[in-house]
Design a protein around this ligand. Structure first.
Ligand SMILES: [Zn+2]
Ligand SMILES: [Zn+2]
Length: 289
C-alpha cells in the first residue's frame, strides 16, 4: 500500500489553540502548521493545562497524525541580530516556543534565520549558532527546523550551502532539521519549474544536508520570478513555478514521508481547500515529458 501525501496549510488559532485542529479538519488537512500564540507581538499568554488537554483531545479524535503538525515562530524575533537587546528577546522567544511545543506534543518548530543587519554572514551565523543552541537546550524532543529564505538583503539561509554550514555547527544534531520553502528557494535562484530541475535541487539538498533532515516542505507558488528575491507566495500552479514543478515536489515529499504545508493566499482565485485539493490531484497525476 502506498501512503498518501500528508498535506495541509497554516491554520488560525483564533479563539483558542485547539481551534487550529478544527480549522485543519475543516479544510481537509492531513498535516497543519500553527502559531502557538499571537505572532505579531513579543508577549505570549501562558499555556494552561486545560488548553493543552483540549488541543490534544481534539487532535487525537481527528484523522491527523500528531507527528504531522508544526509550529511557526512569531514574526518579530531575529536570531541573527547583532543588537544585544533584540537578540536576547529573540532567544527567549525561541526557548519559549520550544517549551510550548513540547507541552503541546508538537514535534517541530520552524524558524526563519533572520538578518545580520549589515554585520556580514559570518557574524550572523555566529549569532544563530548561539541562539539556536540555547533553544535546543530546552529539555524536550522538539526539533528546530531552519527555513530557507528568499535571499533578501542581509538575510541568512537562502543557499543550501549556508544551511549546511549552520547545521554543521549545531548540537545535538537530532534537535535540528530543515523546512524547505519552494517560493523562497525559487526567489533565491533555485529552478523548480520542471520535474528534472526539482529532482536536481533535492539531489543538491541531499549532498549538502541530507534528505533525512528535511521534515517540512512549505509548498508555495511564487509571485516573483526566479532569482527575484521576492517573498510573495501564490496559489499552487498559478504562479511562476507552476504545476509541473510543484507537483513533482509534492511527489518527492510523499516518497520521503515529508509533510507538505501550504502558506498560500486566500482570495477570489482560490481558498485553502482548493489549493490542498490541487496538490492531491498533482501528486496523483503523471506528467508527460
Ligand atoms: Zn515558509
Ligand atoms: Zn515566505
Amino acid at each position: 500500500m502506498t501512503k498518501a501525501v500528508k498535506v495541509g496549510c497554516h491554520v488560525s488559532i483564533s479563539g483558542s489553540i485547539s481551534n487550529a485542529v478544527d480549522n485543519a479538519v475543516g479544510r481537509g488537512c492531513t498535516a497543519f502548521q500553527l502559531f502557538t500564540r499571537n505572532p505579531r507581538g513579543w508577549a505570549a499568554k501562558k499555556l494552561d493545562e486545560e488548553t493543552i488537554t483540549d488541543y490534544k483531545t481534539r487532535l487525537e479524535k481527528s484523522n491527523i497524525d500528531s507527528s504531522a503538525v508544526c509550529a511557526h515562530m512569531p514574526y518579530l524575533p531575529n536570531l541573527a541580530s547583532p543588537k544585544e537587546d533584540g537578540f536576547a528577546k529573540s532567544v527567549r522567544t525561541l526557548r519559549d516556543e520550544v517549551e510550548r511545543c513540547g507541552r503541546l506534543g508538537i514535534p517541530y518548530v520552524v524558524t526563519h534565520l533572520g538578518s545580520h543587519l549589515g554585520t556580514g554572514e559570518s557574524a550572523g551565523i555566529d549569532r544563530l549558532v548561539e541562539g539556536l543552541s540555547a533553544g535546543a537546550a530546552i529539555d524536550n524532543n522538539v526539533m528546530i527546523l531552519l527555513e530557507n529564505t528568499a535571499g533578501q538583503k542581509n538575510s541568512i539561509g537562502s543557499e543550501l550551502e549556508q544551511l549546511a554550514t549552520l547545521l554543521g555547527r549545531l548540537e545535538p544534531s537530532e534537535r535540528f532539521g530543515v523546512c524547505f520553502d519552494t517560493c523562497h528557494a525559487f526567489a533565491a535562484g533555485y529552478d523548480l519549474r520542471t520535474r528534472d530541475k526539482v529532482r536536481a535541487v533535492f539531489e543538491e539538498f541531499d549532498r549538502h544536508i541530507g534528505v533525512g533532515r528535511l521534515k517540512v516542505i512549505h509548498l508555495n507558488d511564487a509571485k516573483g520570478g526566479i532569482g527575484s528575491n521576492l517573498d510573495r507566495h501564490y496559489h499552487i500552479g498559478l504562479g511562476e513555478i507552476g504545476e509541473e514543478g510543484l507537483g513533482e515536489t509534492a511527489r518527492f515529499a510523499k516518497e520521503h514521508d515529508i509533510m507538505v504545508i501550504l502558506e498560500t493566499p486566500v482570495d477570489d482565485a482560490r481558498d485553502d481547500m482548493g489549493n490542498i485539493r490541487r496538490v492531491r490531484e498533482l501528486v496523483r497525476e503523471e506528467y508527460m515529458q
